[in-house]
Design a protein around this ligand. Structure first.
Ligand SMILES: Cc1cc2nc3c(=O)[nH]c(=O)nc-3n(C[C@H](O)[C@H](O)[C@H](O)COP(=O)(O)O)c2cc1C
Length: 248
């Protein structure tokens, strides 16, 4: 399978949307990605690691996992082998801990230790999502280069209609597919060796963002416009001059 060489870390935190993370894990595994799933204590209230292990055929990790993996501290090993980190669903609590630089658990330790690009797919009640504390945390993380996907708007499990739904699983899968090649290129040298990079939070997001792409397109369009304007101004000038020369 073509994606077999790419490792994706899927972080899962405590939201009612965790069941959809199992579908996402299943899609990523079927797509051939090597998938490391890390569940927070909050996620474990909703789901067991076995649900993910059954679809990925790999060990899923929790705060209770042995501290050493592959001869290294588990958070370092998982942080270093990930080529992209996607947290779906990302709870308000997880976002807050990460924004504050706290690392009391395995997933937040990985988020601080990794050099890989990070995507967060938040899922929560509309009022939680609209709360200024959450808005500020999200804005801070975006400024640090974290890409936030969603949330979508619709009828939430709490019965409220509004923003807060986990972004559709198919689209999260497509995002990973789109970003992994650039992320792998960023992390590995031409000889396939891992590059020595600073933690992710110390660098601007290295992959093209949607806004940047559309900005580029707009800029290109803008560049073209002045040329037309100059031409039309010239003709305006000429047309203004013309009557003046007539006066002469
Ligand atoms: C039934 C139930 C549903 C919850 N759903 C969400 C949710 O969708 N999003 C969210 O941010 N928090 C939700 N919470 C609160 C989190 O589970 C709680 O903040 C937890 O500490 C998150 O832990 P974690 O970030 O370590 O996963 C829910 C709690 C309960 C009891």
């Amino acid at each position: 399978m073509k994606n077999r060489t790419h490792t994706v870390l899927l972080g899962v935190s405590g939201s009612v949307a965790v069941s959809r993370a199992i579908d996402l894990a299943s899609q990523l595994a079927k797509g051939g990605y090597l998938l490391d799933v890390v569940l927070t204590a909050g996620a474990l209230r909703f789901v067991r690691p076995l649900s993910f292990e059954a679809v990925t055929h790999r060990c899923a990790y929790t705060d209770e996992s042995p501290g050493i993996l592959g001869g290294r501290a588990i958070h370092i090993e998982l942080a270093e082998r990930a080529e992209i980190v996607l947290v779906a669903p990302a709870s308000a609590d997880l976002i807050g801990r990460y924004a504050c630089g706290l690392a009391p658990d395995l997933l937040t330790s990985i988020l601080l230790a990794t050099a890989a690009p990070i995507l967060l797919a938040p899922a929560m009640n509309t009022r939680m999502w609209s709360h200024p504390a959450v808005r500020d945390n999200v804005a801070l993380l975006e400024r640090r280069g974290v890409r936030v996907v969603g949330p979508g708007t619709g009828l939430l499990s709490c019965g409220v209609e509004g923003p807060g739904r986990l972004w559709p699983v198919d689209e999260l899968y497509a995002k990973v597919q789109e970003l992994v090649p650039a992320a792998a290129h960023l992390l590995h040298s031409s000889k396939g060796r891992r590059k020595e990079l600073a933690p992710f939070g110390q660098r601007p997001f290295p992959l093209p963002r949607e806004e940047d792409k559309s900005k580029e397109v707009n800029e290109m369009a803008e560049k073209k416009k002045p040329a037309k304007k100059t031409a039309s101004r010239k003709t305006e000038k000429n047309s203004k001059k013309a009557p003046a020369s007539k006066k002469k």
